[in-house]
Design a protein around this ligand. Structure first.
Ligand code: 13P
Length: 290
């Protein structure tokens, strides 16, 4: 059975390790991520955006794929299926479809008050269903034409206000950015992370934009209170690189090399390898039952 992400992230916060939240796009992704985490006996969060769910045919298809794979593969580790960056409406759709965890990203709402009110409402609804909920303070931008040199820094008082609503984990900007980091990126702000942690206590914090942050910075962030690390682009790059190598070697034109099971295998294997490396980096190997 899929679980919510609360207990595993509380254990991670107490044990000072991080749990990877890996984005799925389709069957290949979900299958590979599950295989990697099961092999290393790590707790796992598989997450999906509304866009990636739409690509797969909707939230229900995505949830069915993850749940059916979990059962068919006899997975033994705790796995949460989490909505990544959901709008208010997406949160209801994902809960109805069987997601065990949601993120309401109210950072783009017109006012902080709207973020606060909607988060409060969704906390009650999610908790009534046994579903965990992540909220966000301060937008986590993407690179705009390679010119962004630093991500946003969340306001610690706003983080406290959202934490006090009873969310299970909180995403807060500490200079992180989605996608690949520009060369002139200023790095994570450990000062701001410390200020947020001081006001939010034991609440597990979430680091978005996990792709490309130097490992020493990730590990320092984990030691200062980050428990969930979101990774999306990294696995996309790994899949694309392995697939490109397969095609460029001409393998798809030899024999039945065009068979999707052959064509997609290098990419699938690359996702497994990279997910395992990241789990090791975050320190959650062997922590399935911690
Ligand atoms: P990256 O694509 O930068 O790894 O970010 C993933 C993420 O934060 C998803 O919410």
């Amino acid at each position: 059975m899929l679980v919510n992400a609360t207990a595993m992230l509380q254990s991670a916060a107490k044990g000072h390790y991080g749990i990877g939240a890996f984005n799925t796009n389709n069957l290949e992704w979900a299958s590979s991520i599950l295989d990697a985490a099961e092999e290393l006996q790590s707790p796992l969060i598989i997450q999906c955006t509304a866009g990636a769910a739409k690509w797969q045919g909707g939230f229900k298809v995505c949830a069915d794929i993850v749940r059916d794979l979990y059962e068919a593969k006899n997975i033994t580790i705790p796995v949460a299926l989490h909505l990544d960056h959901g709008s208010y409406e997406d949160c209801f759709k994902a809960m109805d479809a069987g997601f065990t965890s949601i993120m309401y990203d109210g950072s783009h709402e017109e006012t902080f008050q709207i973020n606060l009110d909607r988060t409060a409402e969704l906390v009650k609804i999610a908790h009534n269903k046994g579903i965990s909920i992540e909220a966000e303070v301060g937008g986590i931008g993407g690179v705009e034409d390679g010119v962004a040199s630093s991500g946003e820094l969340a306001d610690p008082e706003e983080c406290k206000a959202i934490a006090d609503l009873g969310v299970d984990f909180l995403a807060c900007g500490i200079g992180n950015i989605h996608g690949l980091y520009p060369e002139n990126w200023a790095g994570l702000s450990f000062e701001r992370l410390g200020e947020i942690k001081a006001l939010t206590g034991d609440l597990p914090l979430v680091l978005h934009g996990g792709t490309g942050i130097p490992l020493d910075q990730i590990q320092k962030a984990i030691s200062l209170g980050i428990s969930k690390i979101n990774v999306n682009t990294d696995l996309q790059v790994a899949f694309a690189k392995a697939t490109r190598e397969y095609i460029e070697s001409g393998a798809d034109q030899k024999g039945k090399g065009y068979d999707p099971r052959k064509l997609l295998k290098p990419g699938r294997d690359a996702i497994i390898t990279r997910t395992k490396e990241l789990i090791e980096d975050f320190g959650s190997t062997g922590k399935a039952w911690a």
